[in-house]
Design a protein. Structure first.
Length: 274
């Protein structure tokens, strides 16, 4: 789940960027693997005619069956186990009883708490056959995520991550959403630092070993502006252009970066998979 506000994790978030040791990394591997397995599990259910409420129930059951808990459920009043953002919904779309339609694209954002630690990831899924522009947007967005992750290295800066994402997205004539960002996490759902998906090389906080955070670019086919609907959660593109998002949780190592939420089944980019 993306963040906009440093106070989002009520009461306990501080401006300090935490550094974590080997025990925390082991815990994050466990949480990250489970959330990735959940996102693998849901793939065969993403079909025309299926409701996002059905997907939500399946993901809730998956967490319960594995001794975990969905972090979004009852979080600041949110009533669901996942976020389901379809087509022009940028993020935080709420599951409902409306059936998905052939050609939709949907982001499923899933966070589970395992032994007190948060694993957070999201992927784009195709509902049936996609048209060319939707397929292209998903591919560009996944590439933005992987270029952002590749920019994570000790001694670099957070601006390096944003620059890698923004420069690629804009070279492909897409735009980067500014209103939401990645975030630190661990035993808190949303913690410092904020990870912007745009910026300049060499700017922002220094990247250091032991940091844990998400990278989760939201990329639009049209303009970057968004608005939040009256429900207080659902963010949509103002021009109703398509939007896509991919997300991984990562940790900074002494030599580079570890991705905690990689799919065990190789389904990190599930578009076109059976």
């Amino acid at each position: 789940m993306a963040t906009t506000d440093p106070s989002l994790s009520a009461g306990r978030r501080t401006a300090e960027i935490k550094r974590h040791g080997p025990e925390a990394f082991a815990a994050m591997r466990k949480a990250g693997r489970l959330v990735a397995e959940g996102l693998d599990m849901i793939l065969p259910h993403v079909l025309p005619g299926v409701t996002t409420a059905r997907l939500d129930r399946l993901m809730f059951d998956f967490a319960m069956d594995h001794g975990a808990y969905p972090a979004t459920l009852n979080y600041r009043g949110y009533r669901h186990s996942i976020c389901t953002s379809i087509n022009h919904v940028v993020c935080h779309g709420q599951p409902d009883d409306k059936p998905m339609r052939e050609g939709d694209i949907i982001n499923i954002d899933y966070t589970v708490i395992v032994d007190g630690w948060h694993g957070d990831s999201s992927r784009m899924y195709a509902v049936g056959q996609l048209n060319r522009k939707a397929d292209r947007l998903c591919a560009i967005t996944h590439e933005c995520l992987m270029r952002g992750i590749a920019a994570v290295r000790p001694g670099g800066t957070m601006g390096d991550i944003g620059h890698a994402i923004q420069s690629y997205a804009e070279s492909e004539r897409c735009s980067v959403v500014r209103d939401f960002c990645g975030h630190g996490l661990g035993q808190l759902f949303h913690d410092a630092p904020n990870i912007l998906h745009y910026g300049a090389r060499g700017e922002g906080p220094r990247i250091e070993p032991g940091m844990l955070f998400t990278i989760e670019p939201m990329i639009n086919l049209g303009k970057p502006q968004v608005k939040v609907l009256a429900d207080g959660w659902t963010a949509v593109t103002r021009d109703r252009s398509l939007s896509a998002q991919f997300e991984h949780t990562v940790g900074v190592t002494d030599t580079g970066v570890e991705i905690f939420t990689l799919s065990p089944a190789g389904l990190d980019y599930p578009i076109g998979k059976p």
